[in-house]
Design a protein around this ligand. Structure first.
Ligand code: PBG
Length: 331
């Protein structure tokens, strides 16, 4: 009888042995925690499709920020839920816009916590698109005007930096957005504020719960003329390449779970820090199954986040961040 010469199981015999040869380690430093901020006082409204995620007014944001700091998570990503919308997304770039106010408050309460501002217009425009609308002269169809959108996005990014945002994260998928924002930030004296670009953002059904959270569902059409086709991989390299050339400091792939191959591709091609966005429906699916007692939430979340890191993500934006931070401490 022939016995195997190679015995993979030798290195799996004990917990200490497995720990010694473990290739990927999750750390609290990997996580970025998204928050939805809104006007008013005493608002803490749970988003029905995202249990544990809330709309928070600034007075109640403070306790949440203290919980983030206590968890050891180093960065929050701010999304605004404004009280007024118009065709050009004015509330996105006002000095007293909700994200601008929240940014100033967070930097005052917790100066060392990094504030990342999502730079987009969909929550601030009455039509719910990420850019400006114009009507094609020949067909009369409404279209997203790329270059007019860039001007508004630059104003938004500069106002966020003025409010004290540590990192600008443009998620709008207009062509040239990284270059335009870099130039605008530099001209306004913010040459040291990095850009975390949503480089590869797919037109995905996995954003459904977020659109309820941010009230940012497009009022007509969809985002397929600016966000990427989920069937494409090589195009992701072209998208990332322009962001690198235009001066992005970090690249992002979004969503994460169905796009692990894209995370790996970008990791192999580029040296910039790579971010994966573990998006809303990825969170909701876990929460729903866990609420039914069908899965072990803690094990599923840690395995999923480990998978994203193993695929190549250096950082993970996740609604599970505070839970995962606790679980990593063994709590
Ligand atoms: C804004 C934006 C979206 C998300 C982040 N920034 C929604 C969209 O593009 O429709 C989705 C995040 C999530 O689903 O968790 N453009």
């Amino acid at each position: 009888m022939a016995f195997p010469l190679t015995r993979h199981r030798r290195l799996r015999r004990t917990a200490a042995m497995r720990s010694m040869v473990r290739e990927t380690r999750l750390s609290v430093d990997d996580f970025i925690y998204p928050l939805f901020v809104t006007h008013g006082t005493n608002v803490k409204e749970e988003i029905s499709s995202m249990p544990g995620v809330y709309h928070l007014s600034l007075d109640l944001l403070r306790a949440e920020i203290e919980a983030v700091v206590a968890s050891g998570v180093k960065a929050v990503l701010l999304f605004g839920v404004p009280d007024s919308k118009d065709a050009v997304g004015t509330s996105a770039f006002e000095e007293n816009g909700i994200v601008q106010q929240a940014t100033r408050a967070v930097k005052e309460w917790a100066p060392d916590l990094l504030v990342i501002a999502d730079t987009c217009l969909c929550a601030y425009t009455d039509h719910g698109h990420c850019g400006m609308i114009h009507h094609d002269r020949r067909t009369g169809h409404a279209e997203i005007d790329n270059d007019a959108s860039l001007e508004v996005l630059v104003k938004t990014a500069v106002s966020q930096a003025q409010a004290g945002a540590d990192i600008i994260a443009p998620s709008n998928m207009m062509d040239g957005f990284v270059g335009a924002i870099r130039e605008g930030l530099d001209a306004a004296g913010f040459e040291m504020v990095p850009i975390m670009s949503y480089s590869v953002k797919y037109a995905s059904a996995f954003y459904g719960p977020f659109r309820e959270a941010a009230d940012s569902t497009p009022q007509f059409g969809d985002r397929k003329t600016y966000q990427m086709d989920p069937a494409n991989a090589r195009e992701a390299l072209r998208e990332a390449e322009s962001d690198v050339v235009e001066g992005a400091d970090m690249l992002m792939v979004k969503p994460a779970l169905a796009y692990m191959d894209i995370i790996r591709m970008l990791k192999e091609q580029y040296d910039l820090p790579l971010v994966a966005y573990n998006v809303s429906a990825e969170y909701s699916m876990v929460k729903a199954a866990a609420a039914n007692g069908w899965i072990d939430e803690r094990a599923i979340v840690l395995e999923t986040l480990t998978g994203m890191k193993r695929a190549g993500a250096d950082l993970i934006i996740t609604y599970h961040a505070l839970d995962a931070a606790r679980w990593l401490k063994g709590e």
